[in-house]
Design a protein around this ligand. Structure first.
Ligand code: HEM
Length: 149
C-alpha cells in the first residue's frame, strides 16, 4: 500500500495510460502542423513519441526506462541539431497544452504539468532569428527532473 504522501505524480495522474494519451494527442497535433512537423527529422513520428513518453514517465516519478535506454536526458544538447525558435516553441506548447487539457487530470495536476512544459520549452529555445537576444530564457535547473528539495 502506498499512502498519498509517497505517491508519485505519475501514479496520482493515472500512470502510463495518462502519459501515453497526452503524447498520442500531442503528436497527432504535430503531424497536422506542417511547420512544426518539418522540424522533426524522421518520417515516422512513432519513435519520437516513444522517447517523449519514456521521458515524461521518468520525469514525473514513473519507470526510468528513458535513462536506461537513452542515458542522461541532456535535452539542451539533444535539441541542438534543430532550430527551436520562439515560434516553434509556441506551436509545440499549443499542441502540448491541448493534449494536457484533454487528459483526465485534476485542475491542480493539469496546472503543474503545464507549468513544467512551459518552463522547459522556454529553456529549449536555441534560435532567435525572430526576436532580440534579450528573450534568452534563464537557466532552468529542474529540466530533467523535479528540483531536489
Ligand atoms: C520547444 C519546442 C520543442 C521542439 C520544436 C522540439 C523538437 C524536438 C525534436 C525535433 C526532437 C527529435 C525527435 C526525436 O528523435 O525524438 C525532439 C526530441 C525530444 N524532445 Fe523536444 N522539442 C521541443 C520541446 C521539448 C520539451 C519542452 C521537452 C521536454 C519537456 C522535450 C523533450 C524531448 C525529448 C525527451 C526528446 C527525445 C530525446 C532523445 O532521447 O533523443 N522537447 N524534440
Amino acid at each position: 500500500m502506498t499512502t498519498s504522501h509517497e505517491q508519485s505524480f505519475y501514479d496520482a495522474v493515472g500512470g502510463h495510460e495518462t502519459i501515453a494519451g497526452i503524447i498520442d494527442r500531442f503528436y497527432a497535433g504535430v503531424a497536422d502542423d506542417p511547420e512544426l512537423r518539418a522540424v522533426y527529422p524522421e518520417d515516422d513520428l512513432g519513435p519520437a513519441a516513444h522517447r517523449l513518453t519514456m521521458f515524461f514517465e521518468q520525469y514525473w516519478g514513473g519507470p526510468k526506462t528513458y535513462s536506461e535506454q537513452r542515458g542522461h536526458p541532456r535535452l539542451g544538447m539533444r535539441h541542438a541539431p534543430f532550430s527551436v525558435t520562439p515560434a516553434m516553441r509556441d506551436r509545440w506548447l499549443g499542441h502540448m497544452h491541448a493534449a494536457i487539457e484533454d487528459a483526465d487530470m485534476s485542475a491542480e495536476h493539469t496546472a503543474h504539468f503545464s507549468e513544467y512544459v512551459v518552463r522547459a520549452a522556454h529553456f529549449l529555445v536555441n534560435t532567435f532569428d525572430e526576436e532580440a537576444p534579450h528573450d534568452q530564457a534563464p537557466a532552468f535547473e529542474g529540466l530533467h527532473g523535479p528540483p531536489s528539495q
